[in-house]
Ligand binder design. Structure first.
Ligand SMILES: NC(=O)C1=CN([C@@H]2O[C@H](COP(=O)(O)OP(=O)(O)OC[C@H]3O[C@@H](n4cnc5c(N)ncnc54)[C@H](OP(=O)(O)O)[C@@H]3O)[C@@H](O)[C@H]2O)C=CC1
Ligand SMILES: O=C(O)[C@@H]1CCC=N1
Length: 405
């Protein structure tokens, strides 16, 4: 009998304690709240460098030395065009050229080399010959639906191995081939490893003969905590490996994904280009040193869950104060969406500055912000990212040797 599947998914300062009345002073207090929260979250002292950077940022007068615009009944100065250096939306590729089987992506070498910032990708024609997924669960579905929605790949060019019949049906419903793992490797030159972390080493080891027969397969692992060294140890030398930490908003083309590649790999540039192209088609893709990937997991990999909790809590607050549930939910979601959009589009503006612009002196928002601080929201969020990061590190650790009876 199958084991039961787990439930999807998945897996301060007191009010009125300002030291000054100006917005700049308020920003300073924001930084102190951050430092206090940092300590409360049990992650040690607020780092000196971070503290200094944050304080200097918040203490600096704004680049525009003029006082903040007076609140009037005229249209708000917060509309995006009023913010400095708004960044344009990332250009999206219409499709990706995949390398033919058995060769290293000559067609992608013309694409830009990724950097630590979002990399624009050009529109190129589809000549897809095979994208694979080992595991057809939640995350595979999110990536796949995102890529299909952007016409990055055609369903007929996708091969998925998945043992659980209901998930196989979901995959077939997307029009992709459901085959066994070896056939995924034989049919696809780029293969996502999308099984649970503890399954990865044994699954890859079992696919070794197919990988030997299909040299230069690029395995793109999304498994939390599974290191490049573990991947390398589980595959033949001819296979290429990449480690990515995406998140479920792939599904709506708004993922925040970071990836790392093996140092010194001769195909590193091509692989970076291919991974960047795939993930920037469904959101943001940045390359980071592998040492940062566990923190990425704790922040943006796990982060959608924290944000959903926040949205749920916001909606509950609205309901408590008399809003119909559906109205509260729509407003809460749009609030988070719009606020995030402003941070994304004005990356030179510190979020504290955006917050301060909402907080009228003696008004409603500062009362709410003070309640958030008193409730420890900031500490709780920092603690959540740290707990998830620690968990990713634990998962990366080799399993303890079996106990002798
Ligand atoms: N969910 C998320 O938000 C994110 C997840 N990840 C990572 O993605 C990976 C997948 O997570 P998620 O999609 O949530 O998990 P799921 O459990 O939804 O998906 C994994 C799927 O792989 C199947 N599977 C098990 N063994 C094999 C096998 N040998 N061959 C092929 N398929 C197999 C599982 O079937 P069965 O259930 O029957 O075992 C399951 O359907 C994990 O490593 C996770 O760390 C990364 C970023 C975000
Ligand atoms: O919870 C997990 O382990 C996975 C990895 C990141 C998001 N979900």
């Amino acid at each position: 009998m199958r084991r039961p599947r787990r439930d999807r998914r998945c897996a301060a300062s007191p009010p009125g304690h300002r030291r000054g009345r100006s917005r700049v002073a308020g920003q300073c207090e924001g930084a102190m709240w951050a430092a206090t929260a940092y300590r409360r979250a049990g992650v040690g002292r607020f780092p000196r460098a971070a503290s200094a950077a944050t304080l200097s940022q918040v203490l600096q007068p704004r680049r525009d030395p003029a006082p903040p615009p007076a609140r009037t009944s005229t249209p708000s100065p917060l509309v995006a065009p009023a913010l400095p250096t708004a960044v344009a939306p990332y250009p999206r590729p219409s499709s990706v050229v995949f390398p033919p089987r058995g060769s290293l992506a000559p067609s992608v070498s013309a694409l830009p080399t990724p950097t630590a910032t979002p990399t624009p990708t050009p529109a190129v024609a589809v000549t897809m010959s095979g994208l694979g997924f080992l595991g057809g669960g939640m995350m595979a579905e999110a990536i796949l639906r995102g890529l299909l929605a952007k016409s990055i790949v055609k369903p007929a060019d996708v091969y998925v191995s998945e043992p659980y019949p209901p998930r196989q049906e979901v995959m077939r419903g997307l029009g992709v081939h459901v085959v066994d793992g070896a056939d995924v490797i034989r049919s696809a030159s780029t293969v996502f490893v999308a099984v649970k972390p503890d399954v990865v080493p044994s699954l890859l080891a079992s696919l070794s003969p197919a990988l030997v027969d299909s040299p230069s397969t690029l395995l793109v692992s999304i498994a939390a905590g599974v290191t490049l060294a573990t991947l390398r140890g589980a595959v033949p030398p001819s296979a290429r490996v990449a480690r990515v930490m995406p998140n479920t908003p792939c599904l709506v083309g708004a993922t925040a994904a970071a990836f790392s590649l093996e140092a010194g790999s001769p195909s590193a540039d091509d692989d970076a280009t291919l991974v960047t192209t795939l993930f920037s088609a469904v959101g943001l893709a940045v390359q980071v040193p592998e040492t940062q990937l566990d923190a990425v997991t704790g922040l943006s990999g796990s982060g959608p869950a924290y944000v959903y909790t926040f949205i749920e809590a916001l909606a509950d607050g609205g309901v408590l104060n008399g809003l119909p549930r559906a109205t509260a939910r729509r407003l809460a979601a749009q609030l988070v969406y719009g606020s995030a959009k402003m941070v994304v589009e004005a990356e030179d503006v510190h979020p504290a500055e955006l917050r301060n612009r909402v907080e009228s002196p003696g008004g409603t928002t500062i009362a709410g912000s003070a309640a958030l601080e008193a409730g420890g929201l900031r500490s709780a969020v920092i603690g959540a990212v740290s707990a998830a990061t620690r968990r990713a590190k634990e998962m990366a650790a080799p399993p303890p040797p079996p106990r002798k009876e």
